[in-house]
Write a protein that binds this ligand. Structure first.
Ligand SMILES: NC(=O)c1ccc[n+]([C@@H]2O[C@H](COP(=O)([O-])OP(=O)(O)OC[C@H]3O[C@@H](n4cnc5c(N)ncnc54)[C@H](OP(=O)(O)O)[C@@H]3O)[C@@H](O)[C@H]2O)c1
Length: 266
């Protein structure tokens, strides 16, 4: 793993995803394939950046001519404070994409559009979102904007209450999918092979199950949903679209989504 402090100015377009943990990220494969396909000399890194290092890291990368960065867990709220965000960033208090431009740092959030793309054809009905962090905020906002009713379950109910108030959602005290046509995992559970809690016996095969967490294999959450006869959506689908929108904003290109899909095994 490259140490961000050791990176230097180069004559190619430099980009990265910053997070902790970051080893699992498929963003470098996906973005590098896009840069290579477009014939843009460039390098996309995955950089481990601890929670309290974000500001120093961003200052360093901007000073050595980086074009921009994606940020992931645990940096999205801090990124919204560091960057000059658009209305969506202000509303969600979360940014996943920063662009460095002559001393200025601009911030956008491509998670909402990335999350919605794979479910754009579903008829809005009842949904259940597990989690109440940045990913859950993007999901809850995107769903309620499209006319879904949103139930939020979170380990810490107070955080779910805050989110529910913001996006006209309802807090539920158990992760019960009864009556929901969509269930979304927006917790990090699955990164280490575990599964988020769900009242599985209430899951109908008519429910679509969406895991924002992704791995190289289906997560345990999606594997259980498939065994229950449900249609599933892999977190890599969201990764592609949020990444494509970031690339288009950074470099003013049309992102080669098919190439990006192939690079991460979709
Ligand atoms: N596929 C994609 O493109 C994509 C895009 C964005 C995010 N994601 C993924 O979504 C996940 C969540 O990201 P985030 O930015 O929302 O993180 P976050 O802001 O840290 O929020 C994490 C949420 O998960 C809950 N949680 C954490 N550990 C838990 C546990 N052991 N048991 C139950 N609940 C737990 C937290 O509950 P508390 O409030 O109780 O702490 C919180 O609600 C990450 O794995 C991220 O990689 C994927």
């Amino acid at each position: 793993m490259i140490d961000w402090r050791e990176l230097e100015n180069t004559n190619v377009a430099q980009l990265a995803v910053l997070g902790d943990p970051i080893d699992h990220s498929l963003s470098p494969r996906m973005h590098q394939a896009a840069l290579d396909h477009l014939g843009i000399p460039g390098k996309y890194y995955a950089l481990k950046v601890l929670f309290n290092e974000l500001e120093d890291c961003i200052a360093h990368l901007a000073s050595i001519g980086f074009v921009g960065v994606n940020v992931t867990i645990p940096h999205k709220e801090s990124a919204a404070q560091i960057g000059d965000g658009d209305k969506l960033v202000d509303l969600l208090s979360a940014a996943n994409t920063l662009k460095f431009d002559g001393g200025k740092i601009a911030a956008i959030n491509t998670d909402v559009a990335g999350f919605i793309k794979p479910i754009a054809d579903l008829q809005p009905k009842n949904s259940l979102v597990l989690g109440a962090g940045g990913a859950a905020a993007a999901a809850s906002y995107g769903l309620s904007r499209r006319g879904w009713s949103v139930d939020i379950w979170n380990r810490s109910p107070a955080r779910a209450e805050d989110l529910a108030l913001k996006f006209s959602a309802r807090v539920v005290n158990e992760p019960n999918p009864a009556g929901c046509s969509l269930v979304v995992n927006a917790t990090p559970l699955g990164l280490a092979g575990e599964s988020p809690p769900l009242v599985w016996e209430e899951l109908s095969p008519a429910t679509t199950v969406y895991d924002m967490v992704y791995g190289r294999q289906p997560t345990p959450f999606l594997a259980k949903a498939v065994a229950g006869g449900c249609a599933v959506i892999d977190g890599r689908e969201m990764l592609i679209e949020q990444g494509a929108l970031s690339l288009e904003w950074w470099l003013d290109v049309s992102a080669p989504r098919d190439i990006m899909r192939g690079a991460i095994g979709l």
